[in-house]
Design a protein around this ligand. Structure first.
Ligand code: 4NP
Length: 141
């Protein structure tokens, strides 16, 4: 799961999908990363931690990291939150196989950046959770 800072959106997608996968008995390794380097090593934004907590997901132990080229080969699928993330990640890809692993998390729309808008955290959580439920179904076979 990839966004810009790896402190607001992708930590939510990471935490929610990991929880749903665990509950479904799927042995999936989920992770998240940012295309930017500003927040490396930081815990998620407190607004994301709180909204996740409200819906029963603990993301407080996550640590931000930057997306790395090695991620293309280590992970089977890479989901990006918006089209800027898509461009930045695609620019790092070296092969067609790597590019083929990358898609928008919401398929044809974006998860908006909530960093400057506190009101976005709850709707974003709900959107991310709904999409993660779909992803479990889509990817488990
Ligand atoms: P995220 O949100 O990409 O969902 O983690 C942001 C976090 C930090 C910044 C921008 C977006 N920032 O500019 O520091």
């Amino acid at each position: 799961m990839v966004c810009l800072g790896n402190i607001c959106r992708s930590p939510l997608a990471h935490g929610v999908l990991q929880k749903l996968a665990n509950e479904a008995g799927l042995n999936w390794e989920i992770d998240s990363a940012g295309t930017g380097n500003w927040h490396i090593g930081e815990a998620p934004d407190i607004r994301s931690v709180r909204i996740a907590q409200k819906f029963g997901v603990d993301i407080s132990q996550q640590k931000a990291r930057q997306f790395h080229r090695n991620d293309f080969d280590y992970y089977d699928a890479i989901f990006v939150m918006d089209r800027n993330n898509l461009r930045d990640v695609m620019d790092m890809a070296k092969t067609e196989d790597q590019r083929a692993k990358v898609s928008l998390f919401l398929f044809d729309s974006e998860v908006p950046d909530p960093y400057y808008d506190n009101k976005l955290f709850e709707p974003i959580f709900r959107t991310i959770e709904a999409r993660c439920i779909e992803l479990i179904e889509e990817l488990k076979t």
